[in-house]
Every structure is written in C-alpha cells, then in structure tokens.
Design a protein around this ligand. Structure first.
Ligand code: ZN
Length: 148
C-alpha cells in the first residue's frame, strides 16, 4: 500500500506543500481508519507539518534554520552541503498522520511539507497508509464470508 510522490524542488532551500498529493494517496489506498506514514528517503531533505495558510510561516522557518545552520561554516563534510544534512536531521525524515473517515486528520491550518535543503533536485516521498487493527479485522471477516 505504499505509493511514491515525485517532487521537483525549485530552490536551494524550500518548503514544498505536498498536502493534497498525500491526501490523494490516502484516497487511492481506500483506507478509512488508520495511519498515514510519510517518509523522505534523502539525506538533505526532510518532511514537516506546519501552517500552510500563511506562506510567511514557511519563510520564517527556513530563515531561522539558515541562521542556526548557515550554508558556510566550519564543517568537515567535503561535499559542501553539511548544512543541508544538519537541517534534514533537525527536521526529521518522517511524519505520521491519523486517517479518519478516509481523510488526513490534519488541523485546519496544518499542511505537510517536503523540506528541501540542497536543491533544486528531484525528490521522492514514500507514503504508506496503514489500516487500523479494527479495519484489518473487518476486511478479513469480509474476505472469509465472501462478502465484497
Ligand atoms: Zn553531503
């Protein structure tokens, strides 16, 4: 039940709103109740949940991360993107959102963002929708009784 979302990021650092695409993956999964797990398989990108009504919130997050971990600094990593690795670890590479009635149980102002810290690049987000134990049990019962 895993699906992959491709995201082409547009700048060195960016927050790309992937809320609708994750919601679409949840709908396609057909899961009514469960957990949506969102995972970013990269070392200089991450995923976060925060306000997506006001784009200035994302700008403030990126600006503060840049102040905490500047692009140029006394880093040992020879590839030149140590700041991207550090920011990715600060943000983290996964999130889990409850699924209720077939939809992401996000708060009114919340959105899901792929966090780019060494772009622009092609990025992948792995979305897995895990049905609750009760949902799995009722699916098993339906299967055993031959009901659709
Ligand atoms: Zn590197």
């Amino acid at each position: 039940m895993a699906s992959r979302i491709s995201v082409l990021t547009r700048a060195k650092t960016a927050l790309e709103d992937i809320t609708n695409r994750v919601g679409e993956a949840v709908r396609r999964s057909g899961v009514d109740e469960g957990i949506c797990h969102i995972y970013v398989p990269h070392t200089t990108a991450g995923v976060t949940i925060n306000e997506h009504a006001d784009p200035d919130v994302g700008r403030d997050i990126l600006a503060k991360l840049e102040a905490l971990v500047p692009a140029r600094g006394n880093y040992r990593h020879v590839e030149g993107n140590a700041d991207g690795h550090i920011k990715a670890s600060l943000v983290g590479s996964s999130q889990a959102v409850p699924v209720e009635k077939g939809r992401l149980a996000l708060g009114r102002w919340q959105g899901i963002f792929l966090c780019e810290f060494d772009g622009p690049r092609d990025r992948t987000v792995v979305v897995q929708v895990i049905p609750s134990a009760a949902t799995r049990a009722s699916q098993l019962l339906e299967r055993e009784s031959g009901q659709p």
